[in-house]
Ligand binder design. Structure first.
Ligand code: ATP
Length: 330
């Protein structure tokens, strides 16, 4: 069998993250260097499995938007390849985009038109959309995002969260195989964030693959089945969220009213990286029998209320992989 050439590498064999036929997005060595020399995306191998809610996570400036713009055919890569729904981008952009709903940098809305009329305009701009079924389609999209009751209000009277939902409704006027959402909860209040997150979960349960970027770790942990972590234009890791977090070691947590004494005993026992608060001591999980450690605490007269290993979070994984904290402020 012929080896794949450098110009057209096999786009789906990217580290065994997902089988070929299941990849909705697959990139190989995707790279973007802007004029002026800024290397925004550096050799990215991304594999997004069909049916996943895929979180594209990274601090501000890590290259998420640039990647999304390449995937949507809005800018050309400097080198490398990208496939979306099995087709090469940018070559097949026109054939692929009708199957992709995208919400990038906030929806373009007419404030003086109602939510419903905004969607009617969107639908009318789509040459494949049958005008006879327009009202039904628009009504269904509004209901889907929970804007049925507010459909007659002018868009300028909408909250930011409602505007985002209207943008999502526009992306959902046609059946889509893939939704691409760039920081969909950015700037929203907690309630608006919750609405968008539950909407995303609902869409995914209908079988649509959702690819969403975020700089919020807990958001990715809450809604995504899979994630890729970016830092400074490079992919740090990707895979199922549960596996990513499991890759990092958790922390030993001893809950006790005698935190000072507990820390002293743990230190004597060779436990490292102790953090003491009023009610507990956390530390690196030592490579030894934990029951013996607990016994040592009790023998020393430390009153132990709780003793265990806290599950590692995606944040722990990020810190373990990069050696840096996850800087949300960028
Ligand atoms: N058109 C451009 N010209 C030059 N540099 C750019 C351009 N667009 C982005 N960059 C730079 O590329 C890097 C990656 O930016 P990008 O917007 O892709 O990051 P991001 O992860 O999406 O962050 P954010 O959430 O802030 O948008 C940044 O250093 C940015 O300044």
């Amino acid at each position: 069998m012929e080896e794949p050439s450098a110009a057209e590498p096999d786009p789906v064999d990217s580290g065994g993250a997902a089988p070929a036929e299941d990849a909705v997005i697959a990139t190989r060595a995707l790279t973007k260097r802007f004029r002026g020399g800024q290397l925004a995306v550096d050799g990215l191998d991304l594999t997004v499995p069909a049916g996943s809610v895929f979180g594209f996570l990274g601090p501000n400036g890590s290259g998420k938007t640039t990647t999304i713009r390449m995937l949507m055919g809005l800018i050309e890569p400097t080198s490398g390849t990208a496939r979306v729904l099995g087709q090469p981008i940018p070559r097949a952009t026109r054939a692929v985009l009708p199957h992709v709903g995208a919400l990038i940098e906030g929806p373009a809305l007419y404030g003086f038109l109602s939510g419903r009329d905004n969607l009617i305009r969107y639908d009318a701009a789509d040459p494949t959309a049958d005008p006879r079924t327009r009202r039904t389609r628009v009504g269904a999209a509004l209901d889907r995002v929970g804007l049925g009751a507010a459909a007659g209000k002018k868009a300028k009277a909408y909250s930011l969260g409602m505007k985002q939902r209207l943008g999502l409704a526009a992306a959902l006027l046609q059946p889509r195989r893939l939704l691409v959402l760039d920081e969909p909860t950015n700037g929203l209040d907690p309630q608006g964030m919750r609405e968008i997150r539950s909407l995303v979960r609902g869409l995914a349960s209908d079988g649509t693959t959702v690819f969403l970027s975020s700089h919020l770790l807990d958001e990715i942990e809450q809604v995504c089945t899979h994630a890729a972590v970016m830092a400074q234009g490079r992919l740090i890791t990707q895979g199922a969220v549960a596996d990513l977090a499991a890759g990092a070691r958790g922390r030993l947590v001893v809950t006790t009213p005698d935190a000072g004494d507990a820390a002293r005993v743990l230190k004597e026992q060779g436990v490292a990286d102790l953090v003491v608060t009023e009610r507990d001591v956390t530390a690196e999980v030592p490579d030894r029998e934990l029951a013996d450690l607990n016994a040592a605490l009790v023998t020393a007269g430390v009153r132990v209320r709780g003793f265990g290993v806290e599950r590692a979070s995606l944040e722990d994984a990020f810190v373990a992989l990069t050696g840096e904290g996850f800087d949300v402020a960028g």
